[in-house]
Design a protein around this ligand. Structure first.
Ligand SMILES: O=P(O)(O)O[C@H]1O[C@H](CO)[C@@H](O)[C@H]1O
Ligand SMILES: [Mn+2]
Ligand SMILES: [Mn+2]
Length: 398
């Protein structure tokens, strides 16, 4: 029985979203701008020269980029040997859950709530509830911020006062940073879990625990981040597969993103390298007929939000090399689909995601162009490959 591997390279946009201007992102293009910076010698930290991604480019990355946004960049543009296309999102958010749910066949039918870019950003009753659950007399932050910047700025005060650092972003999120030792990791997780129902009822998509360690001047975030997300509004690809009696495997953040719905086995790891080890192992071990759904978050969290072009390019070249090893492990009948959930152009202003189209690159189903497609078509196509019923608006391109 066929197996399907759905691999999300978090934030690997290829520009060209028709509604980019509505997000202030007209012209943003994650892959094209990284490749251009590499070719111009502006991404030389820990790597050098034009962007090298021969494996994904052979599947159709350069071709998809050109289709999505008319961008031609040095180093990409081989004649594709895979099935390739560019997908457009219809959900109103450019966040991770919206992107993943829609790839899994369920566009988001509601508008998320966002917090205003004022200080304070949070309503008084929410602050009071945080204080009640945390047992503190106040909170720190109460604003929009970058997660690394705010712990540098407020971490010492947090350790002195014991007050949690609460912040948000352009996403529909309520994030709490706290020191793993002085505040306590379990206490932080319990606080976020306790707040989640109130925030979900207000259509805030996620409450996120952002634990950190270290001393003033050298704080660093740990891998113990936890996301408490609203459940998807309808059964997703993961549920369709399970309902058909088939196994599902989730690698990395997929469990949290889907609020643990439709997740058979969950495989987590301390970094993307550990997650890729799981992917390789599952190429060897996953059951016939199963779905393996992976998210590689570091493109986004370590390099996109941090506007680190060299780092993003390094991560892409590392991933591409590992993709070659992974593809060599597959069995006849396996299908692999590489895609992304939104953009995060590291050359763009600010520190947030960018509204972009994403590549759809498929190995194991022959060669050819599937043209411009919808995010939800990914789920419909995987259902076709697995020979199970699909739901929702997606149309299979197989
Ligand atoms: O700056 P940090 O804390 O990494 O925040 C980023 O991570 C959040 C969740 O993915 C997003 O809302 C984005 O702002
Ligand atoms: Mn994402
Ligand atoms: Mn992100």
């Amino acid at each position: 029985m066929s197996r399907a591997f759905l691999v999300v390279m978090d934030s690997l946009g290829i520009g060209g979203a028709p509604d980019a201007a509505a997000f202030g992102d007209e012209g943003a293009n994650t892959v094209a701008h990284i490749a251009e910076a590499c070719a111009a010698g502006r991404a030389e930290q820990g790597r050098s020269g034009p962007l090298r991604m021969p494996v994904l480019d052979a599947l159709g990355l350069g071709a998809a980029l050109q289709l999505a946004s008319d961008a031609r960049v040095p180093g990409l543009g081989a004649v594709p040997t895979g099935l390739w296309g560019a997908a457009t999102e219809v959900s109103h958010g450019k966040d991770t859950p919206s992107g993943h749910w829609e790839l899994a066949g369920v566009p988001v039918p509601w508008d998320w709530s966002y917090f205003p870019e004022t200080v304070p950003a949070f309503p008084q009753d929410l602050v009071a509830e945080v204080c009640r659950l945390a047992g503190t007399d106040g909170i720190l932050g109460n604003c929009h911020a970058s997660g690394t910047e705010i712990i540098d700025r407020l971490g010492a005060e947090h350790m002195r006062s014991g007050w949690p650092i609460c912040y948000t972003s352009a996403d529909s999120v309520f994030q709490i940073a706290a020191h793993e030792e002085s505040f306590g990791l379990d206490r932080l997780i319990a606080l976020c879990e306790g707040l989640a129902p109130l925030l979900h009822a207000r259509r805030v998509g996620r409450v996120i625990a952002r634990p950190f360690v270290g001393q003033p001047g050298s704080f660093s975030r740990t891998a113990n981040r936890r996301d408490f997300a609203i459940a998807p509004p309808a059964p997703t690809l993961l549920d369709w597969v399970q309902d058909a009696g088939r196994p599902t495997h989730a690698i990395g953040k997929i469990g949290d993103i889907f609020s643990h719905r439709g997740i058979g086995k969950l495989h987590k790891g301390k970094d993307d390298a550990a997650l890729f080890d799981h992917l390789d192992r599952l190429a060897d071990e996953a059951e016939p007929g199963s779905l393996i759904f992976a998210n590689f978050v570091e493109f986004d969290s370590l390099y996109g939000h941090r506007r680190d072009v060299s780092g993003y390019a390094r991560a892409l070249e590392w991933f591409d090399a590992r993709a070659g090893g992974f593809l060599a492990r597959l069995r006849p009948g396996d299908m692999v689909l590489f895609t992304a959930d939104h953009g995060n152009d590291p050359t763009w202003r600010g520190t947030e995601h960018t509204r972009e189209r994403v590549p759809v690159l498929i190995a194991g189903r022959g060669a050819g162009s599937l043209g411009l497609c919808a995010f939800a078509d990914v789920a419909a196509s995987i259902a076709t490959h697995l020979d199970i019923p699909a739901q929702g608006p997606g149309r299979s391109f197989l």
